[in-house]
Write a protein that binds this ligand. Structure first.
Ligand code: PGA
Length: 247
């Protein structure tokens, strides 16, 4: 069985003060939680977050990474820079990056390569739009997004990442995919990964809350969650992390 993993994607939220409060609560309440817990703050807060979490079980992740090692890329942050701040994970291919920053499948694959090159574990996001789901294209879209990475790094390297199924229509909308819908897609991903995928952490993301997490985690191929909104609320996030460890 893959180890349970819950990652909190704080997106562009928080201030030094609010993040310090959130971290105090997380450290206090997640001390003995068996789940692998990751928080992904805005990049400017990485140093603060890493130092507050030193010695705790909670790990630090980034929300984005440059596909380049270094150079004249204004505004970008490289994998080796992230590593200097104790970052262990990085979200790659989040739908907000694909949609608003026009990251293509190929660029996402390059970012995946850049992450693995410096020893960051990618949390690769895949998922369809509502229109694609309505046209029955969910699995085709997910396969295409996975293939773009597998073609570049190989199936085995893909399987060492965490993969998050995040239907775009469920992100930040309060509309959560049903446990059956989630299980169906994650089961397909597991099959696609083949033997190498037996221990791959497969996550669901999209309006996960302390209320719906238990049902989602009860699904066979759900090993955890990528949590947006609810990860900013310590009480809710702690509940979600603890539930993931019970499965
Ligand atoms: P949400 O975001 O939980 O707020 O829907 C999930 C995500 O974007 O990863």
């Amino acid at each position: 069985m893959p180890d349970p993993l819950v990652a909190g994607n704080w997106k562009m939220h928080g201030s030094r003060a609010s993040i310090a409060r959130l971290l105090d609560d997380l450290v206090e309440h997640l001390g003995s939680c068996e789940t692998e817990v990751v928080v992904c703050p805005p990049v400017v807060f990485l140093a603060d977050v890493a130092s507050s979490l030193e010695g705790s079980r909670i790990k630090v992740g980034a929300q984005n990474i440059s596909e380049f090692d270094e150079g004249a890329y204004t505004g970008e942050v490289s994998g080796s820079m992230l590593r200097e701040f104790d970052c262990r994970y990085v979200i790659v291919g989040h739908s907000e990056r694909r949609q608003w920053y026009h990251e293509s499948d190929a660029q996402v694959a390059d970012k995946f390569v850049a992450a693995q090159k410096v020893g960051l574990k990618p949390i690769l996001c895949v998922g369809e739009t509502l229109a694609e789901r309505e046209q029955n294209l969910t699995l085709a879209v997910v396969r295409r997004q996975l293939d773009a990475v597998a073609d570049k790094v190989g199936g085995k390297a893909l399987a060492t990442a965490a993969i998050a199924y995040e239907p775009i229509w469920a992100i930040g909308t309060g509309v959560v995919a049903t446990p059956d819908e989630v299980q169906q897609v994650l089961a397909e991903i597991r099959i696609k990964l083949g033997g190498a995928g037996a221990r791959t952490q497969l996550l669901y993301g999209g309006s996960v809350t302390a209320k719906n997490a238990e049902q989602l985690f009860a699904q066979k191929d759900v090993n955890g969650a990528l949590v947006g909104g609810a990860s900013l609320d310590a009480e809710h996030f702690v509940k979600i992390c603890k539930m993931a460890g019970l499965g």
